[in-house]
Every structure is written in structure tokens, then in C-alpha cells.
Design a protein around this ligand. Structure first.
Ligand code: ZN
Length: 339
């Protein structure tokens, strides 16, 4: 079957020369239609008023193929009627040109561009800012119609990780992590949640701070080329997403959120320091290839420049996303502490 504008899968269309070819699919239970290149909206034919909804994104970094393939499988199952759909779903494949060449990005990191200034700017021409603007516009439109939404922005990491699957909960003043989300993520195989302490310009930060959704960036293991991912490594997440979309079981139902049970083993961490590349004299004293969640003891100097330095104080702190090669002013890593 070639349901996706003469391609057998949505991913194949996205990787083709004309990823913006529109299509529409109607199954017995839902309608699927394109909203832009790499972006589809799935609406149940009998949508209830005030229904909870789901935003799922992958490929905001083009080489993070595992979650892209997962969402593509999900969409194929919806399109050929195997997967029931009871709630509205927006699926976003983020950076199509980078996906085509299996690179993280082309010019600049797309996941630092989800800002209201780019959203409202009238002249955006460069690849990544223009794509961030398009994704934000479509997300705003979806959230206006379905304000009670959850967003999982799915990624994989460049490096090894002592904790393979973890989520980041973006900072929004005055809110706390809902117990039901903790349980859902635990069911999905997520082992740790990092509570962020500052606003940021990631896609999930935008959908939570501006659009008021329950949003997470979810890290799901290590980067692999297309076709080299083992679907079994993401099977728990796949089960949770299929159950959410079909609103099947109480433990995975956004309309009647579950309360955590004793199987909820998610560790909670708080971000205690955001490492910023301060410019020419900035030195990160952390090996580039170190695994995420590596510990640094009291007194360890994590970074320095010619004016200041940062040392771990008191109890050990753990590093995630260390990367000294980011542009000045950008994040070179996060230091976190267990709750
Ligand atoms: Zn990523």
C-alpha cells in the first residue's frame, strides 16, 4: 500500500525529494492529514469535547533515528487501521533535511530556537529558524483547539548513559511534576526525570511554558543510523503510546490519569547548575566521551574561564549532556543532584 503520497511509509515520504506533498487518509476511526512537511494531525472521527490530546515529536535532531522509526511504525498502524485512535494526535518529524543526511543539524541546533521572538518574526529564511517557526505555528494551532495536551519530544543521546532512558521536565514557574506523568513515564521505561530550574528554548520548553502543556524531552538511548535500531529497546514506550492513543487502560489513559503504584521506580533529579560556554577562555574539565550521569565529587572543578570557575559543593553532582563544542552562550552541560 502506498498511503503516504505514493510512499509506503510516512518516513519514506519525509526522506524523499518532495516531503511536503500533502495527503489525507481516512480509516474507519480517524482522519490523518498533513499540516506541513513531516507533520501530520490525526483526529478521531468521533472526537469528544475537551478531549485530552497528544503531541509526539522526533527528529528535532536529524540523526536520532530510533524514535523517528517508532513514530513511523505507530503512524503506519494507525493508517492501515490496526491502531485505534480515540484522542487527537499531532506527529512532528522535526528536521527533515538533517534526517536525510543523518546529521544532528545543518547550521545550528534546532532545539535552541523555540522562542516567541522567532515565532512572531516576519522574516525567517535560514533552515533551522524557519523550521522552528513552522513547527511552533502548527503546535500553537493544535494547542488552541486541544489545550489539554501532553507532549513527548523524543530524542536519543550522542553518548553512553549510566541511566539509559530519562526525561527532562521543563521549567515553568509554580508547577510541579504530576504523579500521573511520573507513572506514565515509568511504564514507558523511563528511569529518571530531571526537573529543570530555568526557562530554555527547547521545543518541549515552548509547548509547556507558552502553550501550557504537560511536556517532556525524553532521551531514549544512543544514536544509531536508520535501520540499525532494535525496536525491542523502545517496546515499553511503544506500548504506552499505543495505549494512550487508543485510551485503553486506566494506567495509560490521559483522561483518567493513574496514581503512582509501587512499581513506579523513577528517580527524580534537580538541575543544580547549567554550564554555559562563556567564550574564548572557557574550559570544560570533563572528558568529552564521558557517559551521562557520571558523578563528580565535592571540590571537583567542572569548568573555568579567565574570570570564574565552578566547583562541586557538598554532595556529588552528576553530569548530563557535556559538550564543550557548543557556540558561546549555549549550554555546555547540566549538573544535577538526586532529589
Ligand atoms: Zn536530541
Amino acid at each position: 500500500m502506498s498511503l503516504f503520497a505514493n510512499h509506503t511509509t510516512f518516513l519514506a515520504l519525509c526522506l524523499s525529494d518532495h516531503p511536503d506533498t500533502p495527503f489525507e487518509i481516512t480509516t474507519s476511526g480517524c482522519q490523518i492529514r498533513t499540516r506541513g512537511a513531516g507533520i501530520v494531525e490525526i483526529l478521531p472521527l468521533q472526537a469528544e469535547a475537551n478531549t485530552p490530546a497528544l503531541m509526539l515529536s522526533a527528529g528535532i535532531h536529524g540523526n536520532e533515528t530510533g524514535p523517528i522509526e517508532l513514530l513511523d511504525r505507530l503512524l503506519s498502524a494507525i493508517a492501515d487501521g490496526r491502531q485505534k485512535v480515540r484522542i487527537p494526535v499531532l506527529i512532528v518529524f522535526g528536521h527533515l533535511p538533517a534526517m536525510r543526511v543523518q546529521k544532528r543539524f545543518l547550521t545550528t541546533n534546532l532545539n535552541r530556537l523555540f522562542t516567541t521572538s522567532i515565532l512572531t518574526s516576519s522574516q525567517v529564511a535560514e533552515t533551522e529558524p524557519a523550521r522552528a517557526q513552522e513547527i511552533m505555528q502548527i503546535s500553537v494551532d493544535f494547542a488552541n483547539r486541544y489545550p489539554d495536551f501532553t507532549h513527548y519530544d523524543l530524542h536519543t543521546a550522542i553518548r553512553d548513559s549510566a541511566i539509559e532512558k530519562f526525561a527532562l521536565y521543563p521549567f515553568v514557574a509554580g508547577r510541579a511534576l504530576p504523579a500521573s506523568q511520573k507513572q506514565l513515564l515509568s511504564n514507558a521505561g523511563v528511569e529518571a526525570i530531571l526537573i529543570q530550574n530555568k526557562p530554555s528554548s527547547t521545543y518541549s520548553a515552548f509547548t509547556s511554558s507558552v502553550l501550557k502543556g504537560e511536556s517532556f524531552t525524553v532521551e531514549l538511548g544512543k544514536v544509531k543510523p536508520f535501520g540499525k535500531n532494535d525496536p525491542r529497546r523502545l517496546s515499553k514506550l511503544e506500548n504506552v503510546l499505543t495505549a494512550l492513543i487508543s485510551a485503553d487502560t486506566p494506567m495509560t489513559n490521559l483522561a483518567t490519569p493513574a496514581t503512582p503504584n509501587e512499581n513506579c521506580k523513577v528517580q527524580i533529579f534537580y538541575v543544580c547548575h547549567e554550564i554555559i560556554n562563556t567564550g574564548d577562555t572557557f574550559t570544560l574539565n570533563i572528558p568529552e566521551d564521558i557517559a551521562n550521569f557520571s558523578a563528580f565529587d565535592d571540590g571537583y572543578e567542572v569548568w573555568r574561564d579567565n574570570r570564574q570557575s565552578y566547583r562541586v559543593e557538598g554532595s556529588p553532582q552528576y553530569i548530563v549532556f557535556p559538550n564543550s563544542k557548543v557556540e558561546p552562550g549555549q549550554r555546555a552541560g547540566l549538573l544535577i543532584k538526586p532529589a
